[in-house]
Design a protein around this ligand. Structure first.
Ligand code: PNW
Length: 459
């Protein structure tokens, strides 16, 4: 077997695409997989817009070889997938389900055989339900169980997977899961989100420590950091609070080993010595070898104005309950999911994060939901998606030219899949999936990305 794929060296921008276990695998009851919080959440009425779930999804648990062929057909270097914790540890801790690990073993070998480098994310939101029943991310024990899980997976795959991500978008786990309640586990308690945030940071740090002790060298975390642009001068204060929760709560412990005063003002829970124990922040400092960035849209906080219309669709889902009230402005143009399109936000974010951390940066997700995802005469002409990707790839190149150490750009996502609270109503894929029979049809954007990969491979 070839040597484990590791951090790209940065001589060129490497390309790839990504998926997540619950969004594509299906087979939720197979080979001893335990229940996750997304199985439970999606089964509750009113949580997922089309009342769907990930029971079948893209059936990638059985069709992974076809998926790997599709990635290889793109001619890109990287495929980022995530591992379902409840497949490996059905109860979250303790008993290991070998059949779950076997699946990822097959996938990793299949990718390497096709010349694609695998990068694995350990937590893309499918927490084992028994851990949620014991308090979920509000409990320190979940962070400790996460480190055990990381060690088990690394032991099995670490000889072939070089690039490891602990969490994907912990902001979503904490704030959408425990404050806004629009993601699993669907709780709505502002203070709880801050507690969850610390345990997510701690879980990352403990897992990185364990994996490094076992020889891992390139352990990172994938964050949905955002450029925060106050909509008007009066919104500067609330914007600082949003920046604290969206960006600093993750970067500050990793870079400085501290939570700053501005953050503590909006998240006083983080000053609780019972929550943030001696040594936690020191362990977090330096615990990431690289930072993954997922970018879709800028964030424009505004001061609340009762006269303005409510209920605007924004990825942050509105203000955080229990945190200072604010609104989010969304300008045109937007994608099919309502998120504002502004590629300059990605360039700014990469340049700014480079200035802040000097760690290697990987764009681990970028993409668009498009309305023109219909098959007509065997083709999907998703020209809007191509435009979005072209502009954001350009912004990534521009950030590199400006000195940001960006090593890779991965498109979200390979396949139309289970888009969380939006179910199957919003599609981000390079490949269309027919829900009736799982037929995979590459879209025009797939051909576009393959073309970019070819051009860039030419000397
Ligand atoms: C990210 N928000 O999710 C995830 O990493 C993917 O699994 C997902 O499919 C993709 O982006 C597109 O949504 C997000 O509401 C989901 O702010 C929701 C939000 C942000 C990211």
């Amino acid at each position: 077997m070839s040597t484990p794929s590791r951090l790209p060296d940065g001589s060129t921008l490497e390309l790839g695409t990504a998926t997540a276990s619950y969004q594509v695998e299906g087979a939720t009851h197979e080979d001893g997989r335990g229940a996750s919080i997304w199985d439970t959440f999606a089964s509750r009425p009113g949580t997922v817009i089309d009342a769907s779930d990930g029971t079948t999804a893209c059936d990638s648990y059985h069709r992974w070889a076809e998926d790997a062929d599709l990635v290889a057909g793109l001619g890109v270097q990287w495929y980022r997938f995530s591992i379902a914790w409840p497949r490996v540890l059905p109860e979250g801790r303790g008993r290991v389900e070998t059949r779950g690990l076997d699946y990822y073993d097959r996938l990793v070998d299949g990718l390497l055989e096709r010349g694609v480098k695998p990068t694995a994310t350990l937590y893309h939101w499918d927490l084992p339900q028994p851990l949620e029943d014991a308090g979920g991310w509000l409990e320190r024990g979940t962070a400790e169980a996460f480190a055990d899980y990381a060690e088990i997976v690394h032991e099995r795959l670490g000889d072939r997977v070089g690039l490891w991500a602990t969490h994907n978008e912990p902001w979503c786990s904490a704030y959408l899961g425990y404050a806004a309640g629009v993601h699993a586990p669907g709780r709505r308690e502002g203070g709880a989100a801050h507690r969850a945030a610390h345990h997510l940071v701690l879980g990352h740090a403990l897992a990185a420590e364990r994996m490094r002790a076992a020889g891992a060298r390139d352990v990172g975390i994938v964050l949905n950091l955002a450029p925060v642009w106050p909509e008007r001068p009066e919104a500067a204060d609330v914007a600082d609070g949003v920046d604290a929760i969206r960006n600093r709560v993750w970067l500050d412990p990793l870079v400085d080993g501290a939570y700053d005063d501005g953050l503590l003002r909006v998240a006083p829970e983080l000053a609780d010595p019972e929550l943030v124990r001696d040594g936690d922040l020191a362990l977090a400092q330096g615990s990431a070898d690289w930072i993954g960035i997922n970018y879709y849209t800028p964030v424009r906080p505004d001061v609340p104005d009762p006269a303005r219309a409510e209920g605007q669709e924004h990825p942050e889902g509105g203000a955080y309950p229990g945190v200072a009230p604010f609104e989010l402005a969304v300008r045109e143009p937007r994608t099919d999911i309502g998120w504002e399109i502004d590629a300059s936000g990605l360039e700014e974010l990469l340049v700014e994060t480079h200035r802040r951390t000097s760690l290697p940066l990987l764009v681990m997700e970028n993409g668009a939901a498009c309305a023109d995802d219909r098959v007509e005469d065997g083709r999907v002409e998703d020209q809007d998606r191509i435009g979005y990707l072209r502009d954001h790839l350009g912004a990534t190149d521009a950030a590199r030219a400006a000195g940001a150490d960006v090593r890779a750009y991965l498109v979200w996502t390979l396949l139309d899949n289970f888009e969380w609270a939006y179910g199957y109503t919003k599609t981000f894929g390079l490949v269309h999936i027919d829900p009736a029979d799982q037929t995979r049809t590459p879209k025009a954007s797939y051909d576009w990305l393959a073309g970019v990969a070819r051009e860039r491979a030419e000397p």
